[in-house]
Write a protein that binds this ligand. Structure first.
Ligand code: G3H
Length: 498
C-alpha cells in the first residue's frame, strides 16, 4: 500500500513532482523543471523533485537569516519542546518515510523503518542534551594568569553560528539529515537542507514532520535540485555560516571552495578488520558479514578490508562463506539482506574493482553475479596490495581479504590508507587490543565488534580524508555554536570568602 505523498503528506506533492520547502510553505519551483529519482531495483523513475533555481536558494537563505534571529531568542526549553514534538511525529509516520527509503535507495524494509525510528530517538536525545549543555556556561577569574589580580570576571557561553547548511548522503537521507538538523536547531541556528537526489523524497517527508511540529517559518528549508545548478551555489553562498556534510569526495571539493565557516565533514572510509590468532573466530565471521554486507556494504563504516592472520584465515574465510550463502539476495520490499546498489554507475564501479582483482589473481570465494544494480555478496580472498580493491571503497557487497603474517603488517596496511574513519580488532587480549587501537590511525577503533557510528551520542570522526571535526550528538551541538564572552572589569579586586 503506497502511503508516501498521501494523507498528511499530500500537500508536499504537486501532481507528479514533490515540492520543495521554503518559508514555511511547500512550493513548486519557478524553473518548471524537475529531477527524476530512479528506483535502484526497477531502474525506472520512481519520483520527481523540484529543480530549484539559484534565485530560490537566495530567497531561502534570506528567510533563514531572518528566522534565525527570532529563533535565537526562543527559550531553550521551547526549542527542545518543538524538537520532541517533531521526533514523535516522525516516529508516528515511520511507514510512509520508510516506503520512500525502500523505493529511492533500496534500503531493506526493516532497516528503513529502523532508520526513521533511530532518527526520532536522535532528535529527542538532541533536545535533552541541548538543554543540558547549552544551559551552562563558564565563569573564569583573572588571577589564575600571572600578573593579574581578581578584578576581571569572564562569563562565557555558547551562541549559535547562524545559518547551517546540511548536506546528508544517499545511504541515510533521513538519519544523517536529522543528525545535523537537531543539533543546529537546539543550538539556535536556522537550517537549510540539501538532500541527496536519491533519498530526497524521504527527506522531504521528514521535513514535513518538522513542519507539522510547528517550527517557525523560514527556520527550516529544504531545496532540491541538480548539484550542477545549486550545489556550489549553496556551499559558497555568503549567507551560510556552517556546513555539515556527509558523503564522498565532493566533501574535499567543498572544503576547498567554502568560505571562512566551520566545516563538519564525513567522507567515507576503508575500515579495516584486524583479526588476531586468539580471536573468537565465530565472532569474527559474524562481524565480517554484518560489518561488510549490511545494506549491501553501502555504509561509510562498513568493514571494507579484512586483514587476517594467515594461521586463522582458512577457518574464518570458511565461516564467512557459510554465512554468505544464507544471505537473502533480492528486492528491498522482501526485506532481503542484499539489495540493489543505489545506481547503475555504482554497480559499474564495483564491477570494475572486482574485475581488476580478478585479472590480478584474487581468489573468488563465490561466483561473481550481477543483475542490473543487484550484485550478489562476494568475498575475495588472497587480495594483494597491488589490487585496487585493497585500497578503494567499493560501497557494495564485495569484500577483500588480505592475509597477514604479523599484526604490524595489518596496522601498516590500515595506516597506509588515505582514509581513517574506523577500524576494528578482534582478540581476547585487551592489552594487545589497546596497543593496536592506539597504533591505528582512525577516528575510532572497535574492539571485538564491527565498526559503527552509533549509539548516536558517541563521538564519530574520521582522520585524514575521512573527515573534518567530530560528530555525535554532543559534539555536533558544540560544533554548531561559538563561544561568546562578556568580561566584567571591577574597579578593584574582589575575592569571595568562604
Ligand atoms: O554511512 C555512514 C554512516 O555514518 C554510517 O552509519 O554506522 O550507523 O551505519 P552506521
Amino acid at each position: 500500500m503506497a502511503l508516501a505523498g498521501t494523507g498528511v503528506f499530500a500537500e508536499i506533492l504537486d501532481g507528479e513532482v514533490y515540492r520543495y520547502y521554503a518559508d514555511g510553505e511547500w512550493r513548486a519551483s519557478a524553473s518548471g523543471k524537475s529531477v527524476a529519482i530512479v528506483n535502484p531495483t526497477t531502474r525506472k523513475t520512481q519520483y520527481r523533485v523540484q529543480a530549484c533555481t539559484q534565485e530560490e536558494v537566495n530567497k531561502v537563505m534570506d528567510a533563514a537569516k531572518v528566522a534565525q534571529k527570532a529563533w535565537a531568542r526562543t527559550p531553550l526549553w521551547k526549542r527542545a519542546e518543538l524538537l520532541h514534538k517533531a521526533a514523535a511525529i516522525l516516529k508516528e509516520h515511520k511507514a510512509p518515510i520508510a516506503e520512500c527509503l525502500v523505493k529511492e535507495i533500496a534500503k531493506p524494509a526493516k532497516d528503513a523503518v529502523s532508520e526513521v525510528v533511530r532518527s526520532g530517538d536522535l532528535v529527542s536525545y538532541t533536545a535533552e542534551e541541548g538543554v543540558r549543555i547549552l544551559g551552562e556556561g563558564k565563569l573564569l577569574v583573572s588571577d589564575s594568569f600571572p600578573g593579574n589580580e581578581r578584578n576581571k570576571y569572564c562569563l562565557s557561553s555558547k551562541i549559535p553560528l547562524g545559518v547551517v547548511l546540511a548536506i546528508p548522503p544517499f545511504n541515510y537521507p533521513v538519519n544523517l539529515a536529522v543528525s545535523k538538523i537537531g543539533p543546529a536547531l537546539i543550538a539556535g541556528n536556522s537550517l537549510v537542507l540539501k538532500p541527496p537526489t536519491q533519498g530526497a523524497v524521504a527527506a522531504l517527508h521528514m521535513v514535513h514532520c518538522f513542519h507539522l511540529a510547528g517550527f517557525p517559518k523560514g527556520l527550516i528549508s529544504c531545496v532540491t535540485g541538480k548539484g550542477s545548478e545549486i550545489g556550489d551555489f549553496l556551499t559558497m553562498h555568503p549567507g551560510v555560516n556552517c556546513i555539515s556534510f556527509t558523503g564522498g569526495d565532493t566533501g574535499i571539493a567543498i572544503s576547498k571552495k567554502a568560505g571562512m565557516v566551520p566545516l563538519q565533514m564525513e567522507l567515507g572510509g576503508k575500515d579495516a578488520c584486524i583479526a588476531l590468532e586468539d580471536a573468537d573466530l565465530d565472532l569474527v565471521a559474524a562481524n565480517i558479514v554484518k560489518g561488510g554486507f549490511s545494506y549491501s556494504g553501502q555504509r561509510c563504516t562498513a568493514v571494507k578490508v579484512v586483514l587476517i592472520m594467515e594461521s586463522i584465515a582458512d577457518a574464518v574465510v570458511q565461516k564467512v562463506n557459510a554465512k554468505l550463502v544464507k544471505l537473502k539476495v533480492g528486492p528491498p520490499e522482501d526485506d532481503s539482506d542484499i539489495t540493489p546498489v543505489v545506481t547503475e554507475s555504482s554497480a559499474n564501479f564495483i564491477e570494475g574493482l572486482v574485475m581488476d582483482a580478478k585479472e590480478k589473481g584474487a581468489t573468488f570465494c563465490q561466483e561473481y553475479r550481477r543483475e542490473g544494480n543487484l550484485i550478489w555478496p562476494l568475498l575475495l580472498d588472497h587480495v594483494r596490495p597491488d589490487m585496487r580493491i585493497a585500497w578503494e571503497e567499493p560501497f557494495g557487497p564485495v569484500l577483500p581479504v588480505i592475509r597477514i603474517n604479523s599484526v604490524e603488517e595489518g596496522i601498516h596496511h590500515c595506516n597506509a590508507s588515505n582514509f581513517g574513519l574506523q577500524g576494528c580488532v578482534f582478540t581476547r587480549d585487551i592489552n594487545k587490543a589497546i596497543l593496536i587501537s592506539d597504533a591505528m590511525e582512525t577516528g575510532t577503533v572497535q574492539i571485538n565488534s564491527a565498526p559503527a557510528r552509533g549509539p548516536d551520542h558517541f563521538p564519530f570522526q574520521g582522520l585524514k580524508d575521512s573527515g573534518i571535526g567530530s560528530q555525535g550528538i554532543t559534539n555536533s551541538i558544540n560544533m554548531m555554536t561559538k563561544v561568546k564572552s562578556t568580561v566584567i572589569n571591577l574597579p578593584s579586586p574582589s575575592y569571595t570568602m568562604g
